[in-house]
Design a protein around this ligand. Sequence first.
Ligand code: XCC
Ligand code: SF4
Length: 629
Amino acid sequence: MSKQPTPAKELTIWEDAQKMIEKARRDGVETVWDRFAQQQPGCKFCELGLTCKNCNMGPCRISLKENGKMQRGVCGADGDVIVARNFGRFVAGGAAGHSDHGRDLIEVLEAIIEGRAPDYKITDEKKLRTVAAELGISTEGRETIPIAEDLVEACFADFGSRKKELGFVCRVPEVRQEIWRKYKVMPRGVDREIAEMMHRTHMGCDNDAVSTMLHSAKTALADGWGGSMIGTELSDIIFGVPTPAKSQVNLGVIKVDMVNVLVHGHNPVVSEMVLAAARDPQMLAQAKKAGAAGINIGGLCCTGNELLGRQGIPMAGNHLMTELAIVTGAVEAVVVDYQCIMPSMVQVAACYHTKFITTADKARFTGATHISFNTATAAQQASEIIEMAIEAYAVRDQSRVEIPVAPVDVVTGFSNEALLNMLGGSLDPLLDAIKDGSIRGVVAIVGCNNPKFQHDSQNVGLAKELIKRDILVLATGCITTAAGKAGLLVPEGSEMAGPGLKKICSALHIPPVLHFGSCVDNSRVIHLCGLIANALGVDISDLPVWGASPEWYSEKAVAIGLYCVASGIPVHIGTPPQITGSKLVTDIALNGLEELFGAAFLVEPDYAQAAEKMDERIIAKRLALGLSA
Ligand code: XCC
Ligand code: SF4
């Protein structure tokens, strides 16, 4: 007798998702939840981080019984060393993802300068000059191109091994820099720290868990203040700084009478071109000829966030919605770059008329249509993609189409620049609001979904619980769609906020949860914390701020969490990483980091409890600053 599947209502809090899970079941499409169930129970050794396959004398695993055999791997590594090594590689994976993305933007800027990217341009010269000046590049009386050339050089140099400190460390308060120097975690070069982590975790190198954990922090810092920050800043320079705009979210943004193209992944380089091609009158005419009312671009995950923030392009869904978006039967093409794209999307697309198009040579999917995207021919390639989608529209089976809900309105496109602009050019009004307690604290909730939780229950629950307490929430990554669907990304959302935050939101006409971009854009959050700390003359760890990722899943999320912690921002996570097999490493994550960096991780699967604990610390920090609780 086969087991009844879990009711869709238990898997996700959203109506659009529930309906599409049910449709997937009817259509015979396997989803992430089916595979999650198949994987249960998971391997205990792996869950605890107590397995090692770093060499071929193994694989090894450490006994779960304290006095049992197998307390050490074949080489002699104990559980602490194995857990720390695994964690270090996990962080390196995340840092590599963000940073390689950042490097791709440097290459695009270089190609623009050299005339090899005719379809791209420098959109925000002002930001180019500001960032260049911060990095010590002279801008006075110089033309744009030579400044951009120097900026490209400076950014590339941050990836190498010739520097003692990354360029954007200039944004870090002096006291914090001193802490990093003291514990030898000052990031020197993005690639260098990642490569050194791989070296350290080879058999027979760094066999001290504390030492490996410190290098994990250094690697994460190289991501946050290096690779990610470069990714954000150069994306702003090339495509424009996000400014507030209206848009919509949920599967209702997919239109029954349009050619629907969803962009998915992280890098705006491809998706911006796909958007431009979709707006081309010639393409539009072709779509109309095929019987469609128009061409509709929607976002998924962080590529979606990039387009949402800069271009107001609607967001179809977050991580766990990506398969379900195709299940609507109305998606002609999913165009992806890299990261967080479930390999299963190829199979789901094959169940419908959907073209699954990959564009990055470093992210190939067997069975996909691959277009090796090149900045030299970007516009033409983007047009080819749109043409494929129009062709697919002609063979769409309308009887299989189901668009489950109507879209919800959002306001998006916040950034530090937009925030400053709204505040009249100075941080003072924000600082005053923090000082008088209208805004008691600030929490950045960072993306991700994980089938270990009812989809978005924790993301939305935590955001609501925090704003109720007059804590301003910044949203990056996949929580954006969740907050939007919950009505938290419109000014009216402040009805759900406490009286202080509500007052500020009404005065500025802003939502209580501000969309701050993609996961790479958490660099905006640490930058903002640096600005606030400097303005108050304190360290970042003195601020009433938190990071949180209640439903995190990815290596990148841990890299973000760790660079926040090492920067002095404590971080709440809903599930622990695979480290709990080592008491020592777990204790470092939960307590030891606090002693070094003035911030640590809080693991709490229940959002209400988490909000309570976060608030306790916010109160303590406020009192220490001489402010009311
Ligand atoms: Fe990926 Fe960035 Fe997480 Fe969403 S939030 S699941 S990392 S897409 Ni960043
Ligand atoms: Fe086993 Fe040591 Fe090799 Fe890891 S490095 S697989 S613990 S022998």
